[in-house]
Design a protein around this ligand. Sequence first.
Ligand code: CAO
Length: 413
Amino acid sequence: MVKEITVPDIGTTSEVDVIEISVKPGDTVKVDQALITLESEKASMEIPSPEEGEVESISVKIGDKVKMGSVILKLKTSTAASQETKSDAKPQQFTSPILEKEKTEDKEKVEKTTEIKKETKTDIYASPAVRRLARELNIDLNSVSGSGRKDRIQKEDLLNTIKTAMKGGGQGSALPSAPAVDFSQFGEIETKALSKIKKFTAINLHRNWVLIPHVTQFEEADITELEAFRKSQAEQGNKITPLIFIMKAVVAALKQFPQFNASLDATGENLILKKYFHIGVAVDTPDGLVVPVIRDVDQKSILALAKELTEISQKARNKQLLPKDMQGSCFTISSLGGIGGTAFTPIVNMPDVAILGVSKSQIKPIYINNEFVPRLMLPLSLSYDHRVIDGAEGARFIVQLGKYLSDIRSMLL
Ligand code: CAO
C-alpha cells in the first residue's frame, strides 16, 4: 500500500522552509526516523516517519515552503494497520520522541538529526540556533566536534572551528593571520588611522584578490600618430589626455570581445553579457582610490568624455561622489600614465571581469622596415578573471586594443 506522508501539526499555520531531506527513494525507514527538517523563524524541527516502510518518492525539495498537510513523500507500507489512504488518514500529531525527550531533558531544545553524508549516517546534536549559524557560516556540522553533553555542538565549537581555520589549521584554504609587531622596538613610529575610503578599498581589493584567479597580460601600443592628433587638438584648445582615446578604444575592443563586457553571476555558473558600455575610471584622491563610472562611453564624443572625466575626477577629489556615481561599471581603467612607471598588475574590480592598467608612454626605438625608428609606445597591462577569460582571449583583446590605439581610424570600421 502506498501512503502519502504529510506535514503534521507543527504548531503554526504559517509556511516553513524545508532545510534538510534525510531520506531518498528506495530507503527503508522505521517509525520515528527523521524524514525531513523544517525551519521556521524561531526554530528548526524534524518530521519523523509515522510508519515503517520504503520511500517510494519524495515530494519536496530543499528550499520548498510547506505547512500542515503538505505532502512530504510517498511511503510503501506493508502492515495491514498502516493501510490507510490519504483520504481517511487522521491528522498526524507531531510527537517526535526525539524532540519530546529533549524537551524534557534539555531546556535548550536540542535536536538530534540523522544526516546522510557519503552514504554514512552520523548522529549530530545541535540546537536550531547552532544549525542556523552553521548554515550561515557554511560549516559542515559533520566536521565539527561537539563539546557539550552527548557531544552536542555548541556555538563556541563553531567559533573554534573558524578560528582554527583562520590560523591555518583547517583544510587548505585558510589564510595565516598578519603578525602583530611592536615596531616601536626598532625606532620612532607614528600611528595613523586609515581613511574610510582606504578601509573600504582594502576590503574590496582583498576580496577581489582572493576570489579572482588573476592573469595579467602586457602590451605596448604605438601611439605616435595618436599623440600627433592629440597635440593638434590641444593647439585648438581641446585638452584631451590619452585616457579618453583609451576609453574609446576599450569600448571598440569590448564590442569585439563581448566576454570582457560581462560579469559572472553570484552562483559562478552563468556569464551575464552586457549590452551597455559603462567604464569605471580609477581616480586617485587624497583620501584614497575611488572608481567613478562614466556611462554609455560608446555614445559620447571624445570632447564630451574629456569634459565628463575632468568633472567627475574633480567631484571625486572634492568628496562629492554619490554611490550611484560609482555603480554599474562593465570594465575599469586605471591610468598611472600621468605619474610614471613602466607597468603594473591592477586588481580586477569585481563584478567586472577585466581591468586595464595604463602606464607612462615613452619614445622607444622600434624596428620597422629594416631600421630602428623612434615611436611613442604606451605600456598597457590587462588583468583578467581567468575563470571567464582564456589566455588566448586576453592576448587577442590587448593586441586588438593596441591596434585601435595605433590607428584610431580603425575604430570607425
Ligand atoms: N603617458 C604619458 N603621459 C600621460 C599618460 C600616459 N599614459 N596619461 C596621462 N598623461 C599625461 C596627460 O596628458 C597630462 O599631461 P598634459 O597636461 O601635459 O596633457 C598629465 O599626464 C596628467 O594627466 P592626468 O592624470 O591629470 O589625466 P588623465 O586623464 O590621464 O587621468 C585620472 C585622469 C583621474 C585617471 C588621473 O588623474 C588619476 O587619478 N590617476 C590615478 C589612478 C590610480 O590611482 N590608479 C591606481 C589604482 S590601483 O589599480
